[in-house]
Every structure is written in C-alpha cells, then in structure tokens.
Design a protein around this ligand. Structure first.
Ligand code: ADP
Ligand code: MG
Length: 347
C-alpha cells in the first residue's frame, strides 16, 4: 500500500510558512481572528497572504497562490468568489483543488458541547472525492437550448478516495464505512465508484462496509444520523451531505474542512461559504475558521498550540456561552474573540 499524504512543509528558523488566502465576504475578518489567536498562543507560523481578485479572469495572484502552496505545502483559505457572470470563468476554488490534486475532502461532523443543535452526540466523518465527479467543470451547449454537463468518475480517483477512507477508519478506530451513491440511476459513473469501494473494502475485513442511495441517505441523516460512522461519496453529494450535517450540529459557522492530496493540504471552513450578507457586521461566527487553523496546526505537528486554542474555544463556548447570533446568542464576533483570548490567559 502506498504511504498516505507524505507532505513536505516549508520551515524557516523553526517556523512554518503557510499560504493564507482570505477570499471574499467574511474571509478577511475571520483570517484576522486566526492571526490574533496565533499571536497570543505563540504559534510558530508565518503567513504569506495572497488576495485573489474576484473580478478579473486573468489573475496573476491565482498563479502566485498555486506557486506559494507548492512551496509551503500548506494553506488556509476562505471562499474565493467568481464575480464574472460569464460561463467561461471557472470557480477558482475548484481550479485550485484540481491544480494541486487535492483529491480528498475530510469533514469531521462532531457535536460540540454548549452549541444548541437538532441532533446530539453526532460523530461522523464525511470523505468526499474532491477533484472530479459533478465538479469536472465540463459543460457546453451542444445546440441552442441543450446543455450537457459531464460527470467524470475515474477508477484511479475512486480507488484512492476509498483507500483513504478505509485507512482513515483503520487508523482512527472507526468501525464502518458507508458508500453513498445513485448507482441505480447513474449505473456507469456511480456504479464504478461503488464497485471500486467494494473492491477496496475486501482489503479491510475488520471494517464493516455498506452502501446507501443518496436520497435515502438524506432522509436517514435527518432522522437517524447515529447509524453513520465514515461516509464516502462523489463530489456533489459530498457538498450536500456536508451541509446537512453542519445544519444538524449547529450551522455553517462551526466546522472546518480539510483538503488533502499526496503533496499538499488546504484547511478551510467546512461548508465553504462566502457569507457576503454578513461581511463587515461583526456577527460572523469565528469558530469555523479557528477550527480550520487548529487542523492546520495539528497537521504541522504543533499539537500543544492546537490544544491551547481548542481549550480556549471550549471554555468560551461550552462554559461561558459566548455565542454569536447564528447559534442563537447575542455575542459579537469580537466579544467571542476577546473572551477567547482572555479566558485562556493568552493575553
Ligand atoms: P454560499 O457561499 O453558498 O452562497 P452563504 O455565503 O450565503 O453561502 O452562506 C450560507 C449561510 O451560512 C448564510 O446564511 C451565511 O450567513 C451563513 N454563514 C456562513 N458562514 C458563517 C459564519 N462563519 N458565521 C455565521 N453564519 C455563517
Ligand atoms: Mg454566497
């Protein structure tokens, strides 16, 4: 078996260099919070900040971002907007993941103490194919009024995402992997994804494997989510299922998502929202991006700093209940941040 994710990371004088892509909407303010806690926690990380122009198709910054991530190995990002209405302008978020071959997205949906939610004690890992499927970005109008959109499923990508899921399950003491699909309708594409996961499952007899059709999966997630442990699926189903799960445990402002390939890693909020409507209002929940920054510290091997920040979050949310409006509270983003820094005695 090929060794997973051996990622070289840049380190200068004992400090890591990390690419920071703030993106649009609430991205820049959330990044400020990350820099604030990193300063107080003494995290040995220097950021290389790159702002990508959402209006221009010809973006030097985009190429610079790719070069920077290739050099540093690691990035933290907000959602990059595509402002042009033209169909020819592709999403930079998708292009970035494809260019760097970040073939797997991992979302750990775990209930948080102190956060009001529709379901309790959720602990589900969503592993999503991150570079093809319905996000192949191959659409065209073949004749006027007829649009075709290609969903691309390859055996090699289905193989490595399934392998990633079973290895993850094995390393983390997980018991079951469920493949989510629509192979009854998309017999060839989802059929290949499902068959490949069944083939890989045979190499892991100690881990239970089953599968479920995406529509039933959505119903089960809302009514009986505790039956799920590790889930794998193609790109678009992954986006939808991730959003359902975030909704179950308290919304878009909490969870982080991780994008991995064999060489690079990008950390970001789990639902990848821009949050344009709430930008600059001091109401955005800082937790999703803070959790992304904690994932990043973990990845870089700075466990003590990661734990320091996690403890501060726990005290602020679970013990002192400084909740932002998306969680039903009345705290401003800055109230949560100030409390978080003081509570931990970081200042
Ligand atoms: P999209 O990027 O898909 O257009 P939005 O940016 O509109 O999504 O975000 C979806 C919803 O989630 C919005 O209601 C937005 O306010 C909310 N949201 C996203 N991130 C946060 C956050 N960090 N704090 C609070 N609400 C958030
Ligand atoms: Mg939006």
């Amino acid at each position: 078996i090929k060794k997973q994710s051996v990622i070289p990371v840049a380190m200068y004088g004992g400090r890591n260099a990390v690419t920071m892509l703030p993106g649009g909407g609430i991205g820049p303010e959330l990044m400020e919070y990350v820099r604030e806690v990193f300063k107080y926690a003494g995290a040995p990380v220097d950021f290389e900040v790159i702002n990508i122009d959402p209006h221009s198709e010809e973006s030097n910054e985009f190429d610079y971002a790719i070069t920077s991530i290739r050099r540093n190995g690691v990035a933290i990002k907000g959602n990059i907007e595509t402002k042009s209405e033209s169909a020819g302008v592709l999403s930079r978020n998708v292009a970035l993941r494809n260019e760097l071959d970040l073939y797997v997205n991992v979302l750990h949906c775990k209930s948080f103490p102190g956060i009001p939610a529709r379901q309790k004690d959720i602990d589900i890992i969503v592993i999503r194919q991150n570079t093809e499927g319905e996000y192949a970005m191959l659409e065209h109008e073949s004749v006027h009024g007829v649009v075709e959109s290609m969903k691309v499923v390859t055996e090699s990508n289905s193989d490595r995402v399934a392998r990633y899921a079973f290895e993850f399950a094995k390393k983390n003491g997980r018991k079951k992997v469920t493949t989510i699909h629509k192979a009854n309708i998309m017999k060839l594409s989802d059929g290949l994804f499902l068959e490949t996961s069944r083939k890989i499952a045979k190499e892991y007899p100690e881990i239970e494997h089953n599968d479920m059709i995406i529509d039933n999966c959505c119903m089960q997630l809302v009514s009986k989510p505790h039956q799920f442990d590790v889930m794998i699926m193609t790109n678009l189903y992954g986006s939808i299922v991730s959003n359902v799960l975030c909704g179950l445990i308290g919304g878009a402002g909490i969870l982080s998502g991780r994008n991995y390939g064999d060489h690079y890693a990008i950390f970001e909020p789990g639902t990848r929202n821009t949050g344009t409507a709430i930008a600059g209002k001091n109401v955005a929940n800082p937790l999703a991006m803070l959790h992304a920054s904690v994932d990043m510290l973990d990845h870089l091997g700075h466990k003590p700093h990661a734990n320091l920040i996690l403890d501060a979050i726990h005290k602020t949310i679970a013990e002192d209940h400084l909740l932002t409006p998306d969680l039903g509270g009345s705290a401003k983003s800055s109230d949560t941040m100030n409390h978080l820094s003081y509570t931990q005695g970081l200042i």
